[in-house]
Structures are given as structure tokens and as C-alpha cells.
Design a protein around this ligand. Structure first.
Ligand SMILES: C[S@@+](CC[C@H](N)C(=O)[O-])C[C@H]1O[C@@H](n2cnc3c(N)ncnc32)[C@H](O)[C@@H]1O
Length: 275
């Protein structure tokens, strides 16, 4: 397991990462919404936020391999401008909507309730690595049975499952969720595992500039990828280290770092899509 985590400012330390060495960037920056991460990093708004976004993007670009990919988590407030900037540098492959499956209760009275995050998926070239087979979703028995007519016989897609769509419905991590750590915007492992499996080769290097509780590092460790991550807050940094260490301990007894292991939580958490 080759996971290197730094309790350092990404901007000061990005030089630790060799140019043209990264297969995949998964960036979950502060969204510019004023969250408390124990530092001022989410207290940039308007033009200051966009300047911050351009700065981290410009810092990661030289690190990408020619067939690398980049995912960025954002919300509707700044996604249009940040995606527009990224489109001047990389190819935009998808906008993925993370439907956080927020239950309907009360909510806004002067607008529609916002229940999604916007994830941009970008690639350095048309040759970007993409392993669809590792993230296909199996058809359920009823759907398979309904497609037994001769035109479907022998169809690979019916056996191997279908391509995930660009709306990912995954419940946000509640306080009671066993996966939940003490971080205000921790992302579900299931989402990040799908990105790691689809967009980085086994043994490839994943870069996380804003690692928080270390979800990207855990997904990388679990699936046999290398990872380098940066986090300002010492408590979150410690959490990330503990999560990766727990994954390493599990590895002694199970297939935690088996590059071909099926993403257990992903299948159940994302398996609600309709084929
Ligand atoms: C949205 S959170 C990431 C959450 C993470 N994806 C997870 O699942 O836990 C953003 C994190 O970036 C950290 N951060 C902000 N600016 C940073 C910087 N310049 N260098 C390193 N970390 C930074 C914040 O402290 C915060 O924990």
C-alpha cells in the first residue's frame, strides 16, 4: 500500500508531486459556502473564490499524465464558472449530479430545495483511461428475465451489467452512519470508489489536494492504487491516517487492497439506479 498523506497546505507542498506522474485527481475543495473546517479556507467568496479555484487547477495541471482524468466536487453556486475555466484547459467528459437523497420535509419557502452536488469529470486527452467494466451495474433477475427474447440472447451488456448514468443517488452520510467521521462535508466512499475504479489503473497514482477525512485515500488503498493527499487541519489529517491504517489492517485478513475487488458499498449504495 503506497499512500502518502501530508498535513500541509496543498499550495505550499504540491511541488512534492512529480510533474506528469498523476493518473487521477479527485478534488473536493471548499465550496465557497462558509463551512468551518477549523481554518479560513471556506471563507472566500465571489472573485476571491474563483481566483482560489484557478490557482489550485493551475497547480495540478502539470502533474497530470497525458491520459489522466480530474473530478471536482462543487455546488451550483460556483460550478458554472469553475467548469468554464476547466474547459479551457481540459476536455469535459461529464457533469455528474450527486443526488444526496435528502428527505422531503419543510425546507425552503422562497425557492426550490437544493439536494444535489455538481461533479465535473474532465480528461487530459481523448485517450483518457476509463475502465467501464469495473463499475458496471448488474441487472437484477427480473430485468434479465424480461429480456429473454432471442434478440437479447448472448448480449454482453445483459450479462455484465450497464453503464452507470450521470445521476448518482447516494444518501449523504448521516451522523449515525458507521462510515461517518468527524468532518462536516465527508463524501460517501461509494462515490469516490466509482471514480477510482473507472478512472485510474491498478497501481496508478491518485492525487487529492483537499483530503479532509481521507475518503479518496481510503478508496485508493482499498483498490490497490497509490495516493498522495494534503490537508491543512491536523485533526482531519489524523482521521485520514487512521482510516487508511484501518484499511491496511483489514488487508491482512481480506481483499481490502485487491485491485479487482468489487466495490461492496458502491453496489449497494448506488444500486438503486433504474436500468
Ligand atoms: C470539502 S473538504 C474535503 C472532504 C473530503 N473529501 C472527505 O471526504 O472527507 C475540503 C478540505 O480541504 C481542506 N483544505 C482547504 N484548503 C486547503 C489547502 N490549501 N491545503 C490542504 N487542505 C486544504 C479543508 O481543511 C477541508 O478539510
Amino acid at each position: 500500500m503506497d499512500i502518502t498523506l501530508h498535513n500541509e497546505d496543498f499550495f505550499d507542498s504540491v511541488g512534492r508531486v512529480a510533474d506528469a506522474s498523476v493518473d487521477l485527481v479527485i478534488a473536493d475543495p471548499p465550496y465557497g459556502l462558509g463551512k468551518d473546517y477549523g481554518n479560513d479556507s471556506d471563507r472566500r467568496f465571489g472573485e476571491a473564490y474563483l481566483e482560489f479555484s484557478r490557482r489550485w487547477i493551475d497547480a495540478v495541471l502539470p502533474k497530470l499524465k497525458p491520459n489522466a482524468s480530474l473530478y471536482v466536487f462543487l455546488s451550483w453556486q460556483y460550478a458554472p464558472e469553475v467548469f468554464s475555466y476547466l474547459k479551457t484547459k481540459l476536455l469535459m467528459v461529464n457533469e455528474i449530479i450527486w443526488d444526496r437523497r435528502v428527505p422531503s420535509m419543510g425546507g425552503s419557502t422562497r425557492k426550490f430545495s437544493s439536494v444535489h452536488d455538481n461533479i465535473g469529470f474532465f480528461a487530459a486527452s481523448r485517450d483518457h483511461y476509463f475502465d467501464l467494466d469495473s463499475v458496471r451495474i448488474a441487472y437484477d433477475a427480473a430485468t434479465k428475465k424480461a429480456r429473454t427474447r432471442s434478440i437479447f440472447v448472448g448480449k454482453k451488456w445483459l450479462e455484465v451489467g450497464y453503464n452507470p448514468k450521470d445521476v448518482w443517488s447516494v444518501t449523504r452520510l448521516h451522523r449515525q452512519d458507521p462510515e461517518r467521521e468527524d468532518h462536516p462535508t465527508q463524501k460517501p466512499l461509494a462515490i469516490v470508489e466509482r471514480m477510482v475504479l473507472a478512472s485510474s489503473p491498478p497501481g496508478g497514482l491518485v492525487l487529492d489536494p483537499f483530503m479532509g477525512s481521507g475518503t479518496v485515500a481510503v478508496a485508493a488503498a482499498k483498490h490497490g492504487r497509490r495516493c498522495v493527499g494534503f490537508e491543512l487541519n491536523p485533526d482531519y489529517f489524523a482521521t485520514a491516517g487512521q482510516r487508511v491504517a484501518a484499511c491496511a489492517r483489514e488487508d491482512l485478513f481480506s481483499s481490502c487492497s485487491d485491485a479487482n475487488a468489487a466495490p461492496g458499498p458502491l453496489t449497494s449504495a448506488l444500486g438503486t439506479e433504474v436500468g
